[in-house]
Design a protein around this ligand. Structure first.
Ligand SMILES: O=P(O)(O)OC[C@H]1O[C@H](OP(=O)(O)OP(=O)(O)O)[C@H](O)[C@@H]1O
Ligand code: HPA
Ligand SMILES: [Mg+2]
Length: 179
């Protein structure tokens, strides 16, 4: 697996099983409703692709690009919109799909931004969350895994844009980012 990675935290099989579990709960919640999945680029691409295919509920998908990390391993706290939604979400049931909640700053900002557009409902599904890294308290309805406060890569998650295409989630060796 190369010397840049320290260990595998979640295998592809564990991720697949968890997404199937989450999809069943999401299907039950939105039965008969018209749902818009909002993926947060770029990290959420893999979760969105696999979660959307695990759902039975018909959904539409839109994407928002925001960035708060740049090339580093620490959130700057400053969120920039790089690409806004194409869809007017007023009156829609919106489910934000995220790869990870770390400090929570990105999602907290996104929830208030999208919330002000008057959706019928606004919920969050994230594959990963780091409870020990939280700087803000956020209400998240669907969480795949709570993980330790270490920098992780793979399955959409990057370090300086690398490793997003790994099919599993792993921890990065500290020497890679000077830790
Ligand atoms: O809870 P936080 O501390 O705010 O961190 C979580 C956010 O950081 C990452 O995105 P990033 O800004 O790295 O953009 P990317 O998805 O394009 O990698 C990740 O995909 C989340 O959106
Ligand atoms: O642990 C992480 N890895 C990659 N990207 C991230 N963005 C927030 N936290 C992380
Ligand atoms: Mg990133």
């Amino acid at each position: 697996m190369g010397t840049d990675l320290e260990s595998v935290l979640l295998t592809k099989e564990e991720i697949d099983a968890k997404l199937a579990e989450l999809a069943a709960k999401i299907d039950a919640e939105y039965a008969g409703k018209d749902v818009l999945l909002v993926g947060v680029l770029k990290g959420a691409v893999m979760v969105m692709a696999d979660l959307a295919r695990a759902l039975s509920t018909p959904v539409t998908m839109d994407w928002m690009a925001v960035s708060s990390y740049g090339a580093g391993t620490q959130s700057s706290g400053v969120v920039r919109i790089l690409k806004d939604l194409d869809t007017d979400i007023k009156g829609r049931h919106v489910l934000i799909v995220e790869d990870i909640i770390d400090s929570g700053l990105t999602l907290s900002w996104l929830l208030s931004n999208l919330g002000s557009r008057e959706p019928a409902s606004l919920e969050v599904c994230t594959l990963l969350r780091k409870p020990d890294a939280a700087k803000v308290d956020i209400d998240v309805k669907w969480i795949g895994f709570d993980i330790p406060n270490e920098f992780v890569v793979g399955y959409g998650l990057d370090y300086a844009e690398k490793y997003r295409n790994l099919p599993f989630v792993g921890t990065l060796a500290p020497h890679v980012y000077g830790g």
